[in-house]
Design a protein around this ligand. Structure first.
Ligand SMILES: [Zn+2]
Length: 112
């Protein structure tokens, strides 16, 4: 379950950026091409933060759909089938333009 390791990294990043200020919510943006299950991530978050000062912090996950662009015809489409081929010209010379994100986009701090 690599979500556990991811959560430990998030804890680390949140502590660094919050710099001691109390955090209420962590906003994440995760591409669909990342092998991350949001429910598992949120479950792991509760395990990792249990009993700590981050125990009440909520994770909010925004998913980004995968998109590929064809280098031949420049067609772009949603990648919902893991078939890395262009649906316009059939070319396989494609690049991923979205869906590989893994970002902490915002920290909401608790009002003091
Ligand atoms: Zn194409």
């Amino acid at each position: 379950m690599h979500e556990l390791a991811i959560c430990e990294s998030i804890v680390h990043a949140v502590r660094e950026h919050a710099a001691g200020r109390p955090v209420r919510t962590v906003h994440l943006r995760i591409g669909n091409l990342r092998q991350v299950v949001p429910d598992t991530l949120i479950f792991c978050w509760s395990l990792v933060t249990d009993g700590s000062d981050l125990a009440e912090v909520e994770l909010l996950v925004e998913r980004i759909e995968g998109r590929i662009r064809c280098r031949q015809c420049h067609g772009e489409r949603v990648l919902d089938d893991y078939v890395f081929a262009c649906d316009r010209c059939g070319g396989v010379d494609v690049e991923v333009v979205a869906g590989e994100e893994f970002l902490i986009t915002a920290l909401e701090l608790t009002e003091a």
